[in-house]
Design a protein around this ligand. Structure first.
Ligand SMILES: Cc1cc2nc3c(=O)[nH]c(=O)nc-3n(C[C@H](O)[C@H](O)[C@H](O)COP(=O)(O)OP(=O)(O)OC[C@H]3O[C@@H](n4cnc5c(N)ncnc54)[C@H](O)[C@@H]3O)c2cc1C
Length: 280
């Protein structure tokens, strides 16, 4: 397997921000993952697991150790139970489910993550979360040992799961979906994509929502009410279209985004907690 040295992580994040990883590799099956974990152990490297990189703000000085990008790409089906390799993009999964007339995950249309990252983050939209459809997850620990965790053991909450401890690698997600009609599924996906296009600034790199919504409130609305729309540090800007998005207008640095985050937290009266994973 190839281990790249000093790989710029901005090439692997939706924000197009992030300095170099000491070592970087892509794993496409369990054997490669075990090999990468053994490599990290041998060289005493810290490990970071990367999915599609769509919920990350990585520091300008990058990450020390080994970054393992999970690219497991299988989708297997047994009746209504689907087993999905953790690296499968949600878009590809939704296409598969539409063809097989399985409904449930249409709310994720337009979320640019992998299924592994979506489960770790308990991704959701329009009052739905992926946790409802996850039956179990196959994980591997740092020693390469496999384990199956059921829905309860994953400790799902709003944009949270126990997998965020970073100690386990998600290999496969077992989903339970419902039978549906292809035309209806397609309609729902189309409507959700249209809603996103109308509300979100999708023409510039970002990490999606920067902050979690505080209970009963919308972070975007609070940020807009505080008059922070359009606030800019370097090439990082609070979107004029949606207050909870920070955009990379070109050469934004992680430090620019961090300054905006600090400014927003200081100005908005309600306590805001980042949804984006900040790695510095
Ligand atoms: C334009 C845009 C819109 C978005 N809209 C939404 C939305 O509506 N709802 C929503 O919830 N999110 C949204 N997001 C955020 C993001 O897409 C989701 O959080 C997504 O689920 C992250 O998946 P990922 O594969 O990109 O994970 P990454 O960003 O790569 O990683 C996120 C976390 O998961 C861990 N991780 C990833 N894969 C694995 C694995 N296989 N094993 C162990 N750990 C792993 C990482 O270590 C990290 O801690 C949006 C982002 C963008 C850019």
């Amino acid at each position: 397997m190839k281990y790249l040295k000093n790989e710029p992580l901005r090439k692997h994040t939706s924000f197009k921000i992030g300095g170099p990883a000491d070592y970087f590799c892509v794993v496409t099956d369990l054997d490669e993952l075990r090999e990468a974990l053994a490599f990290s152990k041998d060289k005493k490297l810290k490990v970071f697991i990367l999915g599609a990189g769509s919920n990350l703000l990585i520091a300008d000085h990058g990450l020390r150790g080994l970054v393992i990008k999970v690219a497991f790409s299988w989708i297997k089906q047994e009746n209504k139970i689907i087993r999905v390799g953790a690296g499968v993009p949600l878009t590809k999964l939704l296409k598969h489910l539409t063809e097989r007339e399985l409904t449930g995950l249409e709310f994720l249309a337009g979320v640019p993550g992998s299924i592994g990252g979506a489960v770790v983050m308990n991704a959701g939209a329009w009052d739905e979360n992926i946790s409802r459809y996850v039956q179990a997850v196959l994980v591997v620990d740092q020693k390469g040992r496999e384990k199956i965790l059921n829905n309860k053991q994953l400790g799902f909450r709003y944009r949270k799961s126990k997998l965020q401890s970073g100690k386990l690698v998600v290999v496969e997600v077992v989903l339970k979906l419902l039978p549906g009609k292809k035309t209806k599924i397609k309609e729902k996906i189309k409507a959700n994509l249209a809603l996103r296009r109308a509300k979100q600034p999708l023409d510039k790199p970002s990490c999606g929502s920067v902050f979690k919504n505080p209970r009963g409130k919308h972070a975007g609305y609070l940020i807009e009410q505080a008059g922070l729309r359009g606030l800019r540090v370097g090439d990082a800007e609070v979107s004029k279209k949606h207050g909870n998005f920070i955009l990379n207008l070109g050469k934004a640095k992680a430090s620019d985004v961090m300054k905006l985050i600090a400014r927003i937290k200081k100005t908005v009266k309600v306590k805001l907690e980042p949804e984006v994973k900040i790695l510095q």
